[in-house]
Design a protein around this ligand. Structure first.
Ligand code: ZN
Length: 276
């Protein structure tokens, strides 16, 4: 059995996890709490701009772990697909200015399009922006999403589908973000993680927990230990596959957002040591 994390040196928090805190406050509070990294969301730097946001993070001794998020490539018109490519080019520029090593891709899905066609358009969209990602020194991380989001958020539901796109496009600038919330149910997960590790495409690892029943498909994630995901076991698979990056806590939860955020952050730290 994989041992618990010894300290917070690999703990990263997505700013969305503590949504009630404005960006500057989140960075200051994370730094004071001993968190090592932060994953930034594009809305965080609407006022500040990406370069100043990156400076702010680093000036607090934190690492910028990634930028969330690009993607949403499929559309039922050529114009819609072109707009998605433009937005992803901008997102790559923002990641470069922020100093983020990769952009997480929520790949998208167009209701009414066959999932296979959405996946074809996703591969086409990624192919269109990969040269710019490479030139900018920014990697792209395909994040498979739980199949409950297949109609409108991601036609990529499994590691296997993400690996197929990576194999098709064969670029050192393209890889995969493994999120336990989206992938824990997959009976092929251990094998897929091992394969992804040997192919050099494991770029990120996101953690939270699955509550039962799920009260809201977007905003009812649990803190580690509040649900049924074998987080430590999956972290072990990811580590054995060669991943040595951050463990990124990414929790969207109206229930926790309504609570006192400083106490919530302390709870996340305790849960991180006890359950991840
Ligand atoms: Zn995620």
């Amino acid at each position: 059995m994989t041992s618990p994390p010894r300290d917070f040196s690999r703990l990263c928090i997505h700013t969305m996890t503590t949504k009630p805190w404005a960006f500057e406050e989140a960075v200051r509070r994370y730094a004071a709490a001993g968190v090592a990294g932060v994953t930034v969301w594009r809305s965080d730097f609407a006022d500040l701009g990406p370069a100043a946001a990156g400076e702010l993070v680093r000036s607090h001794g934190l690492s910028v772990v990634s930028l969330c998020r690009g993607g949403f490539f499929p559309a039922d018109s050529a114009g819609g697909r072109a707009r998605a490519v433009d937005d992803n080019l901008r997102c790559i520029d923002e990641a470069a200015a922020l100093g983020a090593p990769h952009v997480v891709l929520v790949c998208g899905s167009a209701p009414g399009l066959a999932l296979a066609e959405s996946r074809r358009q996703i591969a086409e969209g990624i192919a269109a922006v990969l040269p710019h990602a490479a030139a900018s020194g920014v990697k792209l991380a395909i994040e498979p999403l739980h199949p409950m989001y297949a109609a409108d958020r991601s036609a990529v539901s499994t590691m296997s589908q993400a690996r197929a796109i990576c194999s098709q496009l064969k670029s050192p600038w393209l890889g995969i973000a493994v999120d336990v919330y989206h992938t824990w149910w997959d009976d092929r997960l251990e094998d897929e993680i091992r394969r992804s590790g040997s192919e050099g495409t494991l770029l990120a690892f996101h953690i939270s927990d699955w509550r039962t029943p799920v009260a809201d498909i977007l905003e009812d994630r649990g803190v580690m230990g509040e649900g049924c995901i074998p987080i430590r076991q999956i972290r072990g698979w990811v580590q054995e596959a060669g991943f040595d990056g951050f463990n990124e806590v990414e929790i969207f939860s109206r229930r926790h957002w309504a609570s006192e955020q400083a106490r919530y952050l302390e709870g996340i730290k305790a849960a991180y040591l006890a359950h991840s």
